[in-house]
Design a protein around this ligand. Structure first.
Ligand code: SF4
Length: 329
């Protein structure tokens, strides 16, 4: 059953004298208890998509069109007061930089307890005991002592755990985790992802996970959406994406993973593959100027989204119904 259905979402961003559609007519859904990975290079539209779901897109970005159906109700038409009640209680978000998201002047335990007081209307003592339980659940040693700490007294990994504790404090139906391990070392990174996966099973929530790390995606996600230039160019179950990816960009991305895997035991950093700027104004496929399989039509016509198998969609002329070209190495 679908928890979230994003339909035809477009977000625009002004640049100089033009307006770029940085997220362009994307659609995807998240089922209950499902983990969806959103992958792609920086600037592909992942974070804009995530913030649009919560209608937290910052000016001058603007949600142009679309529907964001959560429990079948469109978040884009709700008044801000109703959205505020949903944020943090039904949908929580973990941001990239935990230190900048925590209040530096407030004890971390009180910040978690505050979430319980606001969203669950708990009294002070109950909120504190729940916050202590949550600190324990996210693996913070000596929760009583850490409850009294200020963010600057904790390591980056501990702050990220506090952020996760805050995000989970109200048993959200959906957790949006945007590069939740940025700036953390590899060991802590693995622990944070293990923790999210464990808690996802325990609490039974759905997760939209944005990450550059395809190794983490392989271990954590049920399905994956690959973004390029503001489009979802391919979406499929995890096995399909890793074994039978179709889109030339997905092949490039996963091919890079395999190459880097041989060198660095799976520690992929897509930033190492510097992409050229995306031409948002192109009439055709936005990947055309990098695509080894591009042909004339790709530069003039936007490719449609084609379903190539159950639950597997590809946005590429090669896989359009009736097109016999669809065989690339
Ligand atoms: Fe390549 Fe053309 Fe497919 Fe775009 S539509 S990915 S340019 S083959």
């Amino acid at each position: 059953m679908e928890l979230l259905a994003v339909k035809g979402l477009s977000v625009t961003f002004p640049q100089d004298d033009k307006t770029n559609r940085v997220v362009d007519d994307i659609s995807f859904s998240i089922r209950r208890n499902e983990v969806i990975g959103l992958v792609g290079e920086s600037g592909s539209g992942k974070t804009v998509t995530a913030t649009a779901v919560l209608r937290l897109t910052r000016q001058p970005a603007d949600i142009e069109t679309g529907q964001i159906l959560f429990h079948e109700e469109d978040l884009l038409t709700k008044p801000e007061s109703e959205l505020q009640a949903i944020r943090g209680s039904k949908i929580s978000m973990i941001f990239q930089n935990p230190r900048s998201s925590l209040n530096p002047l407030m004890k971390v335990g009180d910040q978690i307890a505050r979430a319980y007081r606001i969203h669950s209307k708990y009294k002070k003592s109950k909120a504190k005991s729940e916050a202590l339980k949550m600190l324990k659940l996210v693996g913070i040693p000596d929760p009583e002592a850490r409850y009294e700490a200020y963010p600057h007294e904790l390591s980056g990994g501990m702050c990220q755990r506090v952020m996760i504790a805050m995000a989970l404090a109200c048993n959200p139906d959906l957790l949006i985790a945007d590069e939740p391990t940025t700036g953390l070392d590899v060991t802590i990174e693995a622990q944070v992802f293990d923790l999210i996966k464990e808690l996802q099973k325990e609490i039974g929530m759905s997760v939209l996970l944005i990450t550059h790390d395809l190794g983490v995606v392989a271990e954590t996600c049920d399905r994956v959406a690959v973004m390029y230039g503001g489009h979802i160019v391919e979406m499929a179950e995890i096995d399909k994406i890793f074994r039978e990816q179709k889109h030339p960009y997905s092949k490039h991305l996963l091919g890079s993973l395999l190459k880097l895997d041989q060198k660095s035991n799976g520690d992929l950093n897509m930033e190492e593959i510097a992409p050229p700027p995306i031409d948002y104004k192109t009439a055709g496929c936005r990947f055309a100027n990098r695509c080894p399989a591009a042909y004339e039509r790709c530069f003039s016509e936007k490719p449609p989204v084609t379903t190539v198998a159950a639950g597997h969609t590809v946005m590429c002329h090669l896989y359009e119904e009736g097109n016999q070209v669809g065989t690339i190495a």
